[in-house]
Design a protein around this ligand. Structure first.
Ligand SMILES: N[C@@H](CCC(=O)N[C@@H](CS)C(=O)NCC(=O)O)C(=O)O
Length: 366
């Protein structure tokens, strides 16, 4: 236990239905770091906003009073405080590739996860009820109005506002279906993505796969039908504990990761490039064609410009021999060219490397 946690559990401000709160909780459970989840009621939300500069979930308050946001740097920092058992593989090539998959899973599965939850009526009715019951029980408005308001907000922001419509819907759903297929093939032959214990990429995919795809009615039924190994893996990650979930990792990058890495090269990195170009051109919205589907009016995400910079930084930090293997792997999966396509993405976010203690940057905020 590090000094900062000696005085008690980490307070995790979030929600029982939230993508990134689920990712962070699974990590804390595996590392056996004590935490307490606090629902983001309007009062807590205001406190989080004042303390971190953003109201996104999860936000974590350490016992020494410091606040953290953004699960990727939060996990990286906690790993420095609680090194055993490591979730970032010791092998530099595996570490880099895991970070790439974590980022892909965090950011690229977000759109299908929000689409399944808010575009399907039964899912939207159930989830708006759960959100209101958990986070807005005392808001003095009729329940139906609060639930309706939540559904409208989510549709406006994350469905219609994130390029989902009749022309893109089939492609958005295919992102989920291909991820399921890729993951199911992996979990048919190994318990976790890289071997016998969970590592960073497991927690990355867990975000969408648990609280959205696995537990929401429509995508949950699809998972049970098409990818039961993924459903079983959800329970395995949730139940994993560092003190007893031990075992070897694969050597190198498993061949079964290839379909996922091809998606990174074909879809996610080209999206990141178009987003970064639009950011540099100071646009608010941009159009891009991904795997033959034209997306219109996507919101520019400064945060995701930073994601691209971070990935490049991780590559540049690789030692020589791992760099050569990573180059070969990236070229083989068409990731190399889009990783470097944009000259100086220049997000300007967190220039001093203060994350996770920096002022937070929500995904679509400028
Ligand atoms: N990069 C952040 C993303 C956090 C995030 O986007 N959380 C969502 C919920 S899962 C959120 O709070 N969205 C803000 C909103 O909808 O108001 C992380 O990894 O923690």
């Amino acid at each position: 236990m590090s000094k900062s946690e000696a005085a008690g559990p980490i307070q995790v401000y979030g929600s029982a239905i939230s993508y990134f709160t689920g990712k962070f909780e699974a990590y804390l459970r595996y590392k056996e770091i004590a935490y307490q989840r606090i629902p983001m009621t309007p009062l807590e939300r205001a406190k989080v906003g004042r303390s971190t500069g953003t109201t996104q979930m999860p936000a974590a308050r350490l016992p020494d009073g410091r606040w953290m946001t953004d699960t990727t740097p939060m996990i990286a920092w906690l790993e420095s405080q609680h090194p055993e058992p490591p979730v970032i593989p010791g092998d530099p090539l595996q570490a880099f590739t895991s970070r790439l998959l974590e980022d892909y899973a965090d950011e690229w599965l977000w759109r299908p996860a929000l689409h399944y939850r808010w575009s399907h009526r039964s899912d939207a009715l159930l989830l708006s009820r759960r959100i209101v019951d958990e986070m807005m029980p005392r808001v003095p408005l009729p329940g139906w109005l609060k639930r309706w308001g939540i559904r409208q907000r989510q549709l406006r922001r994350y469905v219609r506002g994130d390029g989902i419509g009749p022309d893109t819907r089939a492609h958005v759903e295919s992102i989920y279906l291909r991820s399921l297929e890729g993951l199911d093939a992996i979990f048919a032959s190994r318990p976790f993505l890289l071997g016998e214990r969970p590592t960073l990429a497991d927690f990355g995919f867990f975000a969408s796969m648990f609280r959205h795809f696995g537990l929401d009615p429509t995508p949950g039924a699809i998972m049970l039908e098409r990818a039961p190994h993924v459903f079983v893996w959800l329970g395995r990650v949730w139940e994993a504990r560092g003190s007893r979930t031990q075992g070897a990792l694969a050597i190198g990058i498993p061949a079964a990761w290839s379909p996922l890495l091809r998606e990174v090269g074909e879809a996610y990195l080209p999206y990141l490039c178009a987003n970064a170009e639009a950011w540099k051109a100071r646009l608010r919205r941009f159009d891009v064609t991904i795997q033959g589907t034209r997306y219109r009016e996507l919101p520019v995400s400064r945060y995701r410009v930073w994601c691209l910079e971070q990935l490049r930084g991780h590559f540049e930090a690789l030692p020589g021999d791992a760099r050569a293997s990573a180059t070969e792997l990236l070229e083989k999966h068409d990731c190399w060219e889009p990783l470097w396509r944009i000259k100086a993405p220049a997000s300007g976010y967190d220039p001093n490397g203060a994350a996770p203690f920096a002022r937070g940057l929500p995904v679509f905020s400028r």
